[in-house]
Write a protein that binds this ligand. Structure first.
Ligand SMILES: [Zn+2]
Length: 78
């Protein structure tokens, strides 16, 4: 499983319901090698690539499918 730990900072104007700026920072990333690589062919050239670079999320192996964990949400009024 690819796991990303993300910090989110929302900046609000005074009295506003929605933030005018949202910044997401990736603090850490953990991943392993692909468990089900996909064979790609370009003419005579063949190459195995990670399924996460080719397949939609629901068909990716558990090492390629990303999991996003929001570790901290900061709300700033500016
Ligand atoms: Zn994979």
């Amino acid at each position: 499983m690819s796991r990303y730990q993300v910090q989110v900072t929302d900046t609000y104007a005074r009295g506003a319901q929605r933030p005018w700026s949202t910044v997401r920072r990736v603090l850490a990333e953990e991943s392993g090698p692909c468990l089900t690589p996909v064979l790609i062919r370009f003419g005579r050239l063949r190459r195995w690539i990670a399924c996460g670079r080719r397949l939609p999320h629901d068909r990716q192996c558990r090492n390629c499918c990303p999991r996003i964990v929001v570790t901290e949400v900061r709300r700033i009024t500016a």
